[in-house]
Design a binder for this molecule. Structure first.
Ligand code: HEM
Length: 516
């Protein structure tokens, strides 16, 4: 057996690989994992500054791949490091093939790895470990996941109407802003209205903005910040002070206790009927534990996801420009008559809309990081080599590098709107491509289940993306927006919107004729 160190320090890359001793199922050459962790305490701090401020996440990984001869399985430190994290050492998987190990629940244990190298205080979750922190093999995981899968499926028919309300509120506000005061930032509106959307879609009842006013969003975002501050960066200057405040110590949970109590009171009421039913049908899960899980699902999983996903989607549409807008408008308007309601059944018949949404999720998976601990000694294969990982080592995947892998997708770094529109309707080819769209912590061709860690909101998320694109081009012929990239989500600011004519079929056919 090759002498692979278990989370050893120093430059492991310098140690010669004992080729041939790692048994690769595909016959790839065995290599020792290159890279290293450097000097304890000092190197994780230095790497953190590289990661957040000097290089940024993508360059942090790309530069290290370059330094190690193109190897895409590497030993690196992951922030935040000291003092929040006791152990920053991970094995990074930076290509589409090795990344897949993280989706294999027989190989990785995902207990408490949602946020990576640190675990937030349970005081933030009413003392419970929410579903997303449980490993697929824990009995509680199957019990709670069953309930959440049922919730998402059972409420699917509320997604269209709830999103319609959020969309109308957001774009009425964009139009009003453009008319009166100039460019309008989308992110702020998205943040404001998508909390109402998630609560209404999942539970119905009075939306948070009516029950709690603007405080609802403030409290929800504050609660997210208390969990995720070690992963945030470039929020305020000077950066050295930010690094000290956000990345060195945990913000104490008591500072958000009252906000969380208010959110808990809201969801206890909004989800009361669902909790009553669950108490009868799933008596094994205490009501309090399920309530705190539902809060986590609504605010962290769903709202947190949409907060990042929709700005990326609008970003790609803005960058693509009027030609794509006209094609999307034609497709939407051919399927839904002027003034008609866009339903999920209707968007299913819009291949370009569907492709644009998958392509946005491929280019920018909203959750960029996946982690899991090797359940046993395993062999991880990249495209070129096989590496041995020891039981207990923390594996980490930076998903944008996996989903933009040139060995899997042609012109992988480009946003190609038609990528998933397969002209001959060759379903096998589309499936082969969708296998590698893994934003939901599983392939797009897969199904979330009690025994896996795939997002149970997968269909909801794809549906919302499609509704967003379809509604945008039902209402507008085209739009323009400025885009400013920033570490978590791009900031998208609308500068113009061109309303569709009331009888939009005329506009659509004109656009078609002009392009011929
Ligand atoms: C754009 C929105 C969303 C994104 C990007 C997203 C993404 C993800 C990802 C990447 C994971 C796996 C995390 C990991 O273990 O590494 C996950 C898990 C999860 N998501 Fe979503 N999600 C979104 C919306 C939703 C919605 C609408 C729901 C509501 C049903 C939901 C419920 C969950 C739950 C409960 C888990 C934990 C699953 C488990 O532990 O087995 N998510 N999501």
């Amino acid at each position: 057996m090759a002498s692979v160190r278990v989370n050893g320090g120093g430059d492991e890359g310098a140690e010669a690989a004992e080729q041939g001793k790692i048994s690769s199922p595909s016959g790839l050459p065995g290599r020792e994992i290159p890279g290293g962790y450097g000097v304890p305490f000092i190197s994780p701090l230095r790497d953190r500054l590289d990661y957040y401020y000097f290089q940024g996440a993508e360059e942090y990984f790309r530069s290290r791949v370059g330094r190690h001869g193109g190897a895409t399985v590497l030993r690196v430190n992951m922030p935040p490091g000291p003092f929040i994290t006791g152990d920053s050492r991970v094995v990074a998987l930076l290509d589409a093939r090795s990344f897949r190990v993280l989706l294999d629940d027989s190989k990785v244990d995902k207990a408490d790895t949602l946020d990576g190298t640190f675990m937030p205080s349970l005081a933030l979750f009413g003392g419970h470990r929410p579903l997303a922190f449980l490993d697929a093999a824990e009995p509680r995981h199957a019990e709670i996941k069953r309930v959440v899968i049922g919730l998402a499926a059972g409420r699917m028919h509320h997604v269209g109407p709830a999103f319609s309300a959020a969309f109308t509120a957001m774009f009425d506000a964009v139009e009003a802003g453009l008319d009166t005061s100039g460019p309008v930032e989308f992110n702020k509106l998205n943040m404001k209205h998508m909390l109402d959307f998630t609560s209404s879609a999942l539970f119905g009842g009075t939306p948070p903005s009516e029950a709690m006013g603007n405080d609802a969003v403030t409290k929800a975002v504050k609660w997210l910040i208390f969990q995720l501050h070690p992963l945030a960066s470039k929020v305020f200057k000077p950066w050295l002070l930010e690094d000290l405040l956000l990345h060195t110590f945990r913000l104490p949970p008591f500072m958000v206790r009252r906000d969380y109590a208010d959110l808990t009171a809201y969801f206890a009421k909004a989800a009361a009927a669902f909790l009553d039913n669950a108490e009868k049908n799933y008596p094994g899960i205490p009501r309090d534990e399920l309530l705190h899980n539902l809060i986590f699902v609504a605010i962290f999983n769903a709202y947190g996801g949409f907060k990042i996903f929709l700005p990326h989607l609008v970003k790609w549409l803005a960058r693509a420009g009027p030609e794509l807008h006209a094609r999307l408008a034609d497709e939407v308007r051919a399927a839904v008559p002027a003034g008609g309601e866009i339903t999920l059944t209707a968007v299913d018949r819009m291949p370009l809309v569907k492709s644009v949404v998958w392509e946005a999720l491929r280019m920018n998976p909203p959750v960029e990081f996946q982690y899991g601990r090797a359940r046993r000694d395993i062999v991880v294969e990249s495209h070129d080599a096989a590496y041995e990982v020891r039981k207990g080592e923390l594996l980490f995947g930076y998903q944008p590098l996996a989903t933009r892998d040139e060995r899997v997708f042609d012109r992988a770094g480009e946003f190609i709107p038609d990528r998933f529109v397969i002209p001959s309707d060759d379903d096998a080819l589309r499936r082969r491509l969708l296998e590698h769209v893994v934003w939901s912590n599983g392939p797009e061709t897969g199904t979330p289940a009690e025994g896996n860690k795939q997002c149970p909101g997968k269909d909801t998320v794809v549906a919302v993306g499609r509704l967003m694109v379809a509604k945008l081009f039902q209402r507008y012929d085209t739009f323009a927006a400025d885009v400013k990239e920033s570490p978590v989500e791009p900031v998208v600011t609308f500068t113009s919107l061109t309303r569709a004519a009331a009888d939009y079929t005329i506009v659509a056919s004109l656009a078609l004729r002009e392009r011929r």
